[in-house]
Design a protein around this ligand. Structure first.
Ligand code: PHE
Length: 504
């Protein structure tokens, strides 16, 4: 019998009494495993061997995982230091505890975020407490990691901790298909009768083509179903991909894109939106103020005057305003924008691209910054999908219809609306969607129709409906993840990013 070279070698190395794995055969034949796999399938097809398959799961600690198995998980080291320094649940300065825990660089963030996630104590205003009720020795993630680092088997380990460790990049989980070969009777007979190597050509070369030899040679068969090494190429982050898609959808709906500064004067972020200067969000540490420079140099004088008048006296015949203090210096203070409605104010004012005649539609998909407490749905920054429509005679039905049209493009058709309050819109609505796996209602945006107190000073005498939607929340509804930190920051889930299919 004539067989291609690799098949002949594998057939000779295989045995009828004992199943041999592809790796074992690769070692004996000195052929690459993928060649042996290809040969195995060829031989199986010819009835000379049987190939059995089973899936083996392996979980191995990464370098970082091994380090933590030796030195302790960063959050545990932090907990131990906090309870040593604070002798219980007394708040102690963070710096001191971090020093005592011997944490540095990225390990500090890792320790803090996991400390918070596991509820080991509180972290507030630069101080940390250690909850005495916590039993650090019982930490399930630490126990699971230790067992794996000692070479323990995967079966019997706590599934939830395994997942957490995997998400933290402390273990790699892999599944491999192990294939084993045994000679059939026909295979044994073929060996006894003698096997010859058939010369086959694996690759078509320019020489074969020019000489015309390709007409006479025998080509090796390819098995495109065989396992191959997995190569992880780079790819665009799903957040960025979705941002681009949102832009495409809005452009398709007739919107134009706005651009503008991430750091802006409070005037554009708040005052133009009829946000009183004593509003809690403005005095609070809700806001990331700029230290250098602290103030914008110039504001348009006519607009400042009109905005000040609206705040002090209101607009229209029965307008009241806030009768509150209004200070231009306060309005010139610079901060990272907490919403991109600052861009809407700039464009509506006519100071960005000139006076706008209705109808108009504008949007942006840009970063905003808020000093929130980190949790599964909040980060210090996120992407806001800002938008507005300027037209005569707009109503709430137009607003709701626009959202329905927009979200339907992403497969979201179960929107719910809740009345809300914004100083700059009346009426105002929050938007909710249903999380695909937990079934919970998730807030996905805020919207409304701009008030005359906002529009009149900006010189707009026609209706404007507007919104700010969270891109990350849209992704949550599309892809079903539950923690925003899976797609942002140090705890980001690389497998999720690699494997999420982007639907277009
Ligand atoms: N600025 C609002 C927010 O950040 C969103 C919004 C924009 C609401 C425009 C109404 C009108 O939540």
């Amino acid at each position: 019998m004539q067989l291609p070279q690799a098949q002949a070698a594998v057939l000779e190395a295989a045995s009828a009494r004992e199943a041999q794995s592809i790796d074992e055969l690769a070692a004996v034949t000195e052929l690459p495993p993928e060649t042996v796999t290809g040969a195995a399938f060829g031989l199986e097809e010819a009835g000379l061997v049987t190939v059995s398959e089973r899936v083996e799961e392996a979980v191995t600690p990464t370098d970082e995982g091994i380090e933590y198995a030796e030195r302790g998980l960063p959050e545990l080291r932090l907990y131990e230091a906090a309870s040593d320094v604070g002798a219980g649940d007394e708040p102690v300065p963070m710096g001191q505890v971090i020093g005592a825990a011997d944490l540095e660089g990225a390990a500090v963030d890792i320790a803090l975020s996991n400390y918070a996630r596991k509820g080991y104590g509180t972290i507030d205003g630069g101080e940390i407490t250690a909850d005495p009720a916590v039993e650090p020795d019982a930490d399930p993630e630490a126990r699971t990691l230790d067992s794996l680092a000692e070479g323990g088997a995967v079966s019997g380990l706590d599934g939830e901790s395994l997942e957490a460790l995997e998400r933290r990049g402390l273990v790699d989980r892999s599944e491999t298909t192990v294939r084993e070969l045994t000679l059939t009777e026909a295979g044994v007979t073929a060996l006894m009768e003698g096997v010859e190597v058939a010369e086959t050509v694996g690759r078509l070369t320019p020489a074969l083509l020019t000489s015309g030899e390709w007409r006479d040679v025998e080509f090796a068969e390819y098995n495109v179903g065989a396992d191959a090494e997995r190569i992880e190429g780079g790819r665009v982050h799903i957040l960025r991909q979705t941002a681009e898609r949102v832009k495409d959808v809005l452009v398709g709906m007739g919107f134009r894109e706005m651009e503008g500064p991430h750091v802006d004067a409070d005037f554009w972020i708040n005052d133009c939106l009829f946000m009183p200067q004593d509003h809690p969000a403005r005095t609070h540490w809700d806001r990331f103020a700029l230290a250098d420079p602290t103030h914008i140099e110039e504001l348009p004088a006519d607009l400042v005057e009109a905005v000040e008048r609206a705040h002090r006296e209101g607009v229209g015949e029965d307008g009241e305003g806030y009768h509150s203090p209004w200070d231009e210096e306060f309005a010139r203070a610079l901060a990272l924008r907490g919403h991109t409605t600052s861009l809407s104010a700039r464009y509506l004012s006519g100071h960005e691209i000139g006076e706008l005649e209705p109808p108009q539609r504008f949007f942006s998909v840009e970063k905003v910054y808020r000093n929130d407490t980190l949790d599964p749905t909040h980060l210090l920054e996120f992407f806001q999908i800002e938008g507005w429509v300027m037209a005569e005679g707009l109503s709430v039905r137009d607003l709701m219809g626009t959202f329905e049209e927009f979200y339907a493009q992403f497969g979201i058709t179960d929107l719910e609306f809740k009345p809300h309050y914004n100083p700059y819109t009346e009426p105002s609505f929050e938007l909710f969607g249903t999380h695909p796996t937990t079934g919970e209602l998730v807030e996905i945006g805020n919207s409304g129709i701009f008030r005359p107190e906002m529009l009149e000073p900006l010189g707009v005498d026609c209706d404007v409906m507007a919104w700010g939607l969270a891109l990350e929340r849209l992704l949550m509804l599309m892809y079903g993840f539950e923690d925003i930190r899976d797609i942002h920051g140090t705890l980001c889930d690389l497998d999720l990013l690699r494997n999420t299919e982007v639907t277009y």
